[in-house]
Write a protein that binds this ligand. Structure first.
Ligand SMILES: Cc1cc2nc3c(=O)[nH]c(=O)nc-3n(C[C@H](O)[C@H](O)[C@H](O)COP(=O)(O)OP(=O)(O)OC[C@H]3O[C@@H](n4cnc5c(N)ncnc54)[C@H](O)[C@@H]3O)c2cc1C
Length: 312
């Protein structure tokens, strides 16, 4: 899954912001080459001191007349070491006042280090980024200054929808692997798939896969109709599949016995990679926080976000 994560961290994280809000020049310089595969893109929101709390980021973009001076750092940035440009969130004022700015990685003062001790997703590049007095032209600001928080809250929807679809796919794949193995592997003179406890486990896995599929389909359908305003169902799909897919993969590994713990059947790798599903793009707890506001406080996030972005 590392390769697909790198591809979607390029296509679906930074590029929709430029496509939706970028200037003609930004589209020509960054979007078109990125879509052609001539430039690699990354999105830098998370920092060493702030992940879930996006408004708590410390990277600053200080107005210096015709340019911004950017100082700070970003953490866990997919494609960060190989990107030609990074769309970053940087503070341009207090509180929620932040802006999305394109930073070319050949800018003086930009550097990165590889994070190579991850649990999984080993084929995907992950970086910590550093910005020291980076001089970035004002023309690299995406949309309006100070609106970056709302742009990014909107932008999370595609990433979360993809996470839900990915989780569903990996859960389906793991169930199929388990079904096959349970009919091949024999113990006590019969295929392990003949034991009732195994059959019931497979049945429960199938229910989880089906519910992941249903909620993801529904989220995709609403996204096609409403775009980022489908936030509630997308958040539910991300929260639900993130947790349930991990359980299905874990059960599949268990049903494989000792070979599940080796690299021979691919299930160990899926187990490692999938653990990110409930963390990346917003943790399950943060999905529940968003949903708590929708369910209990009747706060329509997408309404607020679209009002804010409409100001742009
Ligand atoms: C492999 C990988 C790739 C990534 N790629 C990118 C990328 O390309 N770009 C990018 O910007 N980021 C990226 N991230 C970062 C990812 O989005 C964050 O790790 C994630 O949002 C969580 O932030 P955090 O790690 O700072 O955890 P924290 O925010 O410190 O959270 C730690 C724990 O506290 C919980 N918590 C926090 N706040 C609350 C609350 N209010 N209520 C209840 N629980 C709470 C969290 O749910 C979590 O369990 C990547 C991460 C990884 C591991």
């Amino acid at each position: 899954a590392g390769l697909s994560m790198s591809l979607y961290a390029h296509t679906y994280l930074p590029l929709p912001l430029i496509a939706a809000l970028g200037t003609k020049e930004q589209k020509e310089k960054y979007l078109i080459p990125a879509l052609k595969g001539d430039k690699i893109a990354a999105l830098g929101v998370t920092e060493p001191g702030a992940g879930s709390d996006v408004a708590g980021i410390k990277t600053t973009a200080v107005d210096k007349g015709d340019h911004y001076e950017i100082n700070g750092s970003k953490m866990f940035i997919t494609n960060g070491n190989i990107a030609d440009f990074v769309v970053i969130a940087a503070k341009t004022g207090e509180g929620f006042n932040m802006s999305m700015i394109i930073v070319d990685t050949d800018t003086e003062g930009f550097s990165s280090i590889k994070i190579d001790n991850k649990l999984g997703m080993h084929s995907s590049d992950t970086a910590q980024l550093f910005f020291e007095k980076c001089v970035i032209p004002k023309t690299n600001l995406i949309g309006q200054e100070g609106h970056g928080f709302y742009y990014q809250m909107n932008n999370f929807q595609e990433e979360r929808l993809l996470a839900a679809i990915t989780g569903t796919f990996v859960a389906e794949w793991s169930l199929e692997k388990a079904k096959k193995y349970c009919m091949e592997r024999e113990a006590f003179g019969r295929p392990i798939g003949k034991f009732q406890v195994v059959r019931h486990k497979l049945a429960q896995m199938a229910i989880k896969v089906e519910t992941c599929r249903s909620i993801s389909f529904r989220a995709v359908a609403e996204f096609i109709e409403q775009g980022n305003k489908a936030e509630t169902i997308i958040t539910m799909a991300k929260a639900y599949t993130g947790e349930e897919a991990i359980k299905v993969i874990n059960d599949s590994l268990q049903l494989h016995g000792g070979v599940g713990y080796t690299e021979d059947y691919g299930i160990a790798r899926a187990w490692r990679d999938a653990r990110l599903l409930s963390i990346g793009g917003g943790t399950t707890e943060i999905m529940h926080e968003i949903l708590g506001k929708v369910v209990l406080d009747q706060v329509e996030h997408s309404d607020k976000m679209s009002k804010e972005t409409a100001k742009a």
